[in-house]
Design a binder for this molecule. Sequence first.
Ligand code: NAD
Length: 489
Amino acid sequence: MKQLSDNTKSFLQSEKRLFINNEWVVSGSGESFETVNPADGKRICNVAKAGKADVDAAVDAARKAFTAGVRSMSPGKRAALLHRLAELIRRDMGVLAEIECIDNGKPYKRALADMKSAVGHLQYYAGWADKIEGAQIPVQDPSVLVYTRREALGVVALIVPWNFPLVMAIWKLAPALACGNCCILKPAQQTPLSALYLAGLIREAGFPAGMVQVLPGDGETGALLSHHNDIDKVGFTGSTAVGKKILAASAASNLKKVSLELGGKSPNIIFGDADMQKVRESLVWACFFNSGQECTLGSRVYVEASRYDEVVDALSADTRGLKMGPGMSNPDLGPLISEQQLNRVQDYIRAGRTEADLVLGGRRQADELADGYFVEPTIFAAGNQQSSIVQEEIFGPVVTITPFSDEDELLSMANGTRYGLASAVWTKDISRAHRIAHELQAGVVWINGYDMFHPAVPFGGYKESGIGREMGRSALDLYTQEKAVWVKL
Ligand code: NAD
């Protein structure tokens, strides 16, 4: 098993305060919460919890910084700061990956890949900082000049989940900062540590005081942010249930802008003519990546009836070969994030046993993994499309596999949930691939592949999977507002 480096150990031993105005401050209430290693259930350390006074102080610092300087910071300076932050994450990638590994449980090599992706994301948005342009609009009257400006929103709260802690934070921070906003980042209570380490790098990179604050806390802290009357926008990634609360909080307060990246229940569709070798290389990861704690998880597999048995056998064999263990032992799959998540996933497995046929898995891991939150990767053969394991996002290593006989039947099943985040189609028939891609109600369709991402490509959900698109040029719309200026010449 890989050992933690001295740098990581000393970070873990340091006091975990709130980061406001480029300072580490104690929480007003003195409250703190434990963060736990999900691989063994043991406390890692305590972290200060942001309460009302802290949220007010963070908003005040962000507002003052925006008004006093960030609002007029040059695009070139914003780009330089983002590039510098990317360099610092690259420098400390090993420490950050170790922190993620013990706080979230993910395999070390996957955590390192997360850090590389965060670096790429920052560099991509650094490139946008000086290309956020308005337009000159020709109107009929030659004595009138009209142009538009794209202006920063001001103070934005960024509320993120625990499944890719640092990556989710950077997906929001990078475009928000490139557009010239001041940010308040709230990491998930299960995984606050990489965001706190990031705060130190933000200060080292030279961001002015108040441009970024980091406020660890739970749903109460998130609710304080989403109800705050001096926050201009909430960018949120998390569950659909909490996304709806954030929309309601906006309506009940100052009608702040809201963008939502929410849950998914993505169909992974395999036609009989697909290249089965390529399907096989991808399928087990599409089903169980990050121990199933992934919003784009291909948790509903649909296979054309003629190849159904073959695909079930191949997926079962490949799933049996997956190694589980603590992230630092570099397994294929780590634990679930918490005891609560473990119980939730086990409840779905229990329901699944009554709703469908269990093909593989279904048990909590015992022996040396018994103290951690490990569940076997689990496959159900599900005929009933209304069952809970087909309709609801489980967010664990549980998938259903179902045969289909024609495109109409397939599409009614594939589109038959309230979610619409991602989807995939495997076929050699190019016309069919595009026909199905047009019909799928999802923000992403992968053809003959799965989980392909790039910072330049928009990502977000149809239906109850979200509002707005992150990544690419689209994210600039989430963190700016347009002003039309009319000049009578
Ligand atoms: P969650 O909704 O429980 O929590 C997400 C964040 O919201 C956390 O920081 C939490 O503290 C905060 N929060 C909780 N209650 C709140 C409230 N009332 N007001 C404001 N903030 C509140 O989600 P989770 O369990 O941390 O993450 C799993 C979910 O995230 C899954 O549904 C998954 O699909 C989704 N997710 C979506 C994407 C995407 O890009 N679409 C990516 C990753 C995860």
